[in-house]
Design a binder for this molecule. Sequence first.
Ligand SMILES: NC(=O)c1ccc[n+]([C@@H]2O[C@H](COP(=O)([O-])OP(=O)(O)OC[C@H]3O[C@@H](n4cnc5c(N)ncnc54)[C@H](OP(=O)(O)O)[C@@H]3O)[C@@H](O)[C@H]2O)c1
Length: 306
Amino acid sequence: MHPDDSPAAPAAPARAGDPIDRVWAGCLAIAQARRSGAPAQLSPHAGLVHHDATGWQLGDATGAPARALFALLKPLLDCRTDTRPWVIAQLGQSLDGCIATRTGDARFVNGPDILTHLHRLRALADAVIVGAGTVAIDDPQLTVRHVPGRNPARILFDPQLQLASRIAGVRCLADAQSPVWWMCDARWQDAATQLVGAQRVLAVPDLLRSDGTPRIGAALDALHARGLGLLFVEGGGVTVSRFLAQGALDRLHLAVAPLIIGSGRPGLRFPGPDHLGDCRRPVFHMYTLGSDQLWDLDMRMPQTAT
Ligand SMILES: NC(=O)c1ccc[n+]([C@@H]2O[C@H](COP(=O)([O-])OP(=O)(O)OC[C@H]3O[C@@H](n4cnc5c(N)ncnc54)[C@H](OP(=O)(O)O)[C@@H]3O)[C@@H](O)[C@H]2O)c1
C-alpha cells in the first residue's frame, strides 16, 4: 500500500482563526491564479502580499508554525511555469536511505505530518507523477484528502508499458476524480490505447533511449504542452533518481524518518562522480515535521564550494 493511502478522515474544514488554515487557503488561491493567469483572489486575512523583487511574502502577524509552512511552500508559489515546467520531487526515506523494505513495504516510512505535507504538494501541483513500480506495488489514489485542495492530474510514468498486465485493475483509472494519463513511449501507443482508451494514453515520441532509460526532457515537454506546469514527482526512487540525474528537478524534498530498514528499496540511486568535491551540495533548508526531518533542497542553487 502506498505511504499516503492510509484510510485517513477527510480534510478538516478550514478554521477561520487558524493561521495555518489561512496561509493554506492563500497558497491554494495563488496556485489557482498561476493556473488561470488571473490575479490571486486572496482574503486580506491571509496576510500574503506579492513583491516583484522577492515574490510572495507573509505578514508578520502569523505565528511560527504558519511562517514555517509558508517558507516551505514559497518556492511552489513563486515558480514560473509559462515557458517550462517547474518540477518538485519528494521521497520519504529511512536513516539508511531506503524508501521501502526489499519486498516493497513502505507503510509507513514517515509520520502523519509528512503525509499532510505530501497532500499539500499534490494540491499545489498541476500533475503528480509516479513510476510503474509504485503503481504496481502500491496502486495509489494520488488524490488530495488530508487537506482542502483540488486533485492534480495523475501521470503513470511507464515508458515501456510494464503495467500492461495489470493496468485494468489500477484504482486511479476507475475513480474519475481527476484526469489520469498512462505515459509511455509512442511505439506502444496502440497497445496502450486498446487497454485503456485513447483519452487515457500519453504517448511520447522518443521517450525511450536506445539503452532503455527514459528521456525525461521529452516527458516534461509533453506535459507542459498539455498545460501542466507545476509537476510533482512522488516516487519511487528509480523515477525520482532519473529526474534528478537528468537535471530535471527544481526542488527536492527528502523526508528522513528515524527508521533503519537495511537492504530495502533505495531512495536516490544514480551514477555519481568519483570525487566528493564533485558531488551535489544543494542549498538546503531543514524543517521538523513531527518525528521526521524534511530536507528542502534547491536543486538549481548549489552551495558555494566548501
Ligand atoms: N517512501 C516513499 O516516499 C515512496 C514513494 C513512492 C514509492 N515508494 C515505494 O517504492 C517502491 C517503488 O519504487 P521503485 O523505485 O522501485 O520504482 P518506481 O520509481 O516507482 O518505478 C520505476 C521502476 O519500477 C520498475 N517496474 C516496472 N514495472 C514494474 C512492476 N510491474 N512491478 C514492479 N516494478 C516494476 C521498473 O523496473 P525496470 O527498471 O526493470 O524497468 C523501474 O525500475 C514501492 O515499494 C513503493 O512502496 C516509496
